[in-house]
Write a protein that binds this ligand. Structure first.
Ligand code: NI
Length: 272
């Protein structure tokens, strides 16, 4: 390995990929640069920075162009489905042609908070799935309390050839199995570190290693021991370490496998 291209690793050698961050969130307005530098110094070698409406998608692309190890996903979150302007899909399509854009998302259904009417959520979701298929990009799916309908939409529309990931997975094992059968990756966030998340922990143990991703979903969902505080990409190591502990495997090995999975799904460059 050439030292010049050797990926930075954390002090303990862990090499991590945060597959879902929202670094354009206003929570980082005062110290975004420091947060990004802490991630790099802590062994996070690639970050997928995810948009949730047109503005955040645009800003995610701009930020990804500033840092070589940042990538962007562009999409409209179900919360914002009712507020999208006409022509939003063309705009997403234009943004998605940027070299640093690796996925469409996050998109999906949120029947927990219902911030947009459900028919609007479904329409905007399916339109983005069609865009992803057309552009041959993977999709990043947000699903909260809408497991049945998300599955039904994929049964009808199919998952495009570039695949996708259920981010911050919160479904049952049956749901996980069906998603795996459809070809999805499953991404786990800080929730897996919470003592009460026993069902999710058993899913974390049983998921096939070649389909598992880790993420922060920062600034939300800080893992233990940072729970309740602002989250940031460097804490993806707590998610990774907890899953490694649950699976009784070395963190370094799990880090390597999940990083490979992220690179395969999002077609990120190899670092070595
Ligand atoms: Ni998110």
């Amino acid at each position: 390995m050439n030292d010049a291209v050797k990926p930075a690793a954390g002090a303990d050698g862990l090499v991590l990929v945060d597959t879902h961050a929202h670094l354009v969130d206003e929570a980082y307005n005062r110290d975004r640069k420091e947060v990004i530098e802490r991630a790099r110094a802590g062994g996070v070698v690639q970050i997928v920075n995810v948009g949730f409406d047109l503005d955040s998608s645009r800003n995610s692309v701009a930020l990804a162009r500033e840092y070589d190890f940042l990538y962007a996903a562009v999409g409209v979150h179900p919360h914002d489905a009712a507020r999208v302007p006409a022509g939003y899909l063309d705009e997403l399509g234009k943004l998605a042609r940027d070299q640093k854009v690796v996925a469409i998302g996050e998109t999906g259904l949120d029947y927990y908070r219902n911030l947009s009417p459900r028919p609007e959520q479904r329409r905007v979701f399916r339109e983005q799935l069609a865009l992803a298929r057309e552009l041959e990009l993977p999709v990043i799916i947000h699903d909260r309390d809408a497991h049945g309908e998300v599955l039904e939409i994929f049964r009808q529309d199919g998952l495009g050839p570039a695949g996708g990931v259920l981010h911050c997975f919160s479904g049952s094992w049956e749901m996980a199995r069906e998603c795996l059968r459809m070809g999805f990756y499953i991404s786990l966030a800080g929730v897996v570190t919470y003592p009460k998340s026993t069902r999710l922990q058993s899913i974390a143990v049983n998921l096939p290693l070649e389909r598992l991703l880790v993420e922060t979903d920062c600034p939300y969902l800080s893992p233990e021991p940072r729970r309740g505080k602002r989250n940031e990409p460097v804490y993806v190591r707590y998610v990774l370490e907890r899953i490694a502990q649950l699976r009784k495997m070395a963190a370094a090995e799990l880090a390597l496998l999940t990083a490979q999975n992220a690179r395969r799904l999002f077609r990120l460059p190899e670092l070595t």
